[in-house]
Design a protein around this ligand. Structure first.
Ligand code: HEC
Length: 198
């Protein structure tokens, strides 16, 4: 092997290397690679989202206030959630749950022809009734209010929705009890009036 041949080999190797590097540079120029950056994109948070979550739970108006602004139509729409188990018309058939016509102010376990859980039947036997407060508490958390109830329903978190439903139930009750009054406000007012009169 003379030096001329060696030069040719070295030249070929260098040429090949140059070609590879050149192609890399060339493809970079042709395809303009962009920096990968951050995958995806940040979703904008709705304004005040965090504060809303923090405030929602404790700031619920008392039931009398909720009932005052309740709406029968909204309640009627909301009881579709109950319709898989309950009927609401007078004399309507019992389903998985009892018919709920004439329930407000009525005795717990109000129907003779429905097979209640012993937990609810005992409440009825003890003379407890479904007043506004009782329904309000039951519908928020049925099993929390009557442990052992067979009503397999998670409950409704929104106090206003429960008040709407109770207002609808009262609208299909023959003689619903009078609406509860905002006691604190009324009593406070009455006391000051009395004090002023003396
Ligand atoms: C998955 C079926 C189911 C759903 C959904 C359901 N309930 Fe019930 N409900 C029952 C059963 C079963 C009982 C009887 C409970 C017992 O005996 O412990 C009952 C009992 C009741 C009672 C007591 C009736 C009485 O005679 O004492 C009321 C009031 C009531 N449900 C209201 C509602 C309302 C309002 C909704 C919708 C927001 C609802 N339920 C959704 C199954 C259901």
């Amino acid at each position: 092997m003379n030096s001329f041949e060696l030069n040719k080999i070295m030249g070929a190797v260098l040429g090949a290397l140059l070609f590879v590097v050149g192609m890399g540079i060339l493809s970079d120029i042709v395809f303009e690679p962009e920096p990968a950056g951050i995958a995806g994109y940040a979703l904008p948070l709705p304004e005040g989202a965090e504060t809303e979550v923090a405030e929602a739970a404790p700031a619920e108006e008392p039931l009398p206030i909720l009932l005052a602004s309740a709406d029968v139509g909204r309640g009627e729409a909301a009881v579709r959630k109950c319709a898989s188990c309950h009927s609401f018309d007078q004399g309507g058939a019992n389903g998985v749950g009892p018919n709920l016509y004439d329930i407000v102010g009525g005795p717990k376990a109000h129907l003779d022809n429905f097979g209640y859980s012993s937990a609810l039947a005992e409440r009825g036997a003890a003379g407890e009734v479904w007043g506004y407060d009782e329904l309000y508490a039951f519908l928020e958390n049925p099993r929390g209010y009557i442990s052992g109830t067979s009503m397999a329903f998670a409950g409704i978190r929104s106090g206003q929705e429960r008040a709407d439903i109770i207002t609808y139930l009262a609208s299909i009750t023959e003689n619903p009890p009078p609406l509860p009054e905002a006691e604190a406000a009324v009593e406070g007012g009455a006391e000051t009036d009395e004090a002023a009169a003396q």
